[in-house]
Design a binder for this molecule. Structure first.
Ligand code: GSH
Length: 210
């Protein structure tokens, strides 16, 4: 019988965000590793995610894709982990989760591809400009210890991963608020466990040629 919760990933991918969330939740899951050059675009996986992208999860037969959606879904599916605020208290939680998955992600991607909207285009681009996004994100993580208040939630997994990787790859500036927030969320045991698992799955480096 197949597992209740299946995780499709590759250690060199956004799947690391979902691994972190899975480790926060603490439910058992089966990992299926996919290869960029082959299995990711084969029919068996396209039947799960027709985008041919990772990560994805299948929980009790239901597919969830998109990292931010997976984080929110897992928080709701496993309420004992306490990773979602009460439904009456989700304003900041939804706001910053979607802000990170939309404007932040798009601004970082476009900028790293050398695309910068003109002032006119910024009105149409959902993120406006990278500078504006960075300023708003900085304030969002500086008000409270966590992005939705005093308690760590699934939104911190996603926002924390965006900020951590953004600073690591130089796509976000190393502002004090980002550094302090990044250190806070990445100090979590679940983050360290997830990183350890994915690091151990990394391909061995090519031997240096003589
Ligand atoms: N919006 C998606 C992005 C997923 C994505 O682009 N995944 C990359 C790896 S980080 C991928 O699968 N790329 C392989 C490809 O497009 O062929 C999410 O948040 O999950």
């Amino acid at each position: 019988m197949s597992a209740d919760l299946i995780f499709y990933t590759n250690p060199i991918s956004r799947g690391r965000i979902v691994r972190w969330m899975l480790e926060e939740v603490g439910a058992p899951y089966e990992t299926v590793l996919l290869d960029y050059a082959s299995t990711l675009k084969e029919a068996a996986y396209l039947a799960i995610n027709p985008m041919g992208k990772i990560p994805a999860i299948v929980h009790r037969g239901e597919v969830v894709t998109e990292c931010a959606a997976i984080c929110a879904y897992l928080a709701d599916a496993f309420p004992a982990a306490g990773l979602a605020p009460a439904t009456s208290d989700r304003a900041a939680y939804y706001r910053w989760l979607f802000f990170a998955a939309g404007p932040v992600e798009q601004a970082i991607t476009n900028t790293s591809m050398g695309l910068a909207p003109t002032e006119q285009q910024q009105r149409m681009a959902g993120y406006g400009s990278l500078d504006r996004v960075v300023d708003v994100l900085e304030k969002a993580v500086a008000v409270h210890p966590y992005v939705a208040g005093d308690r760590f939630t699934a939104a911190d997994v996603y926002v924390g991963a965006q900020i951590g990787w953004g600073m690591q790859f130089g796509t976000l500036p190393k502002r004090d608020a980002f550094i302090a927030y990044g250190e806070r969320v990445m100090a979590r045991d679940a983050y360290k466990r997830a990183t350890g698992i994915d690091d151990a799955l990394m391909p061995a480096p090519e031997p240096a040629s003589a």
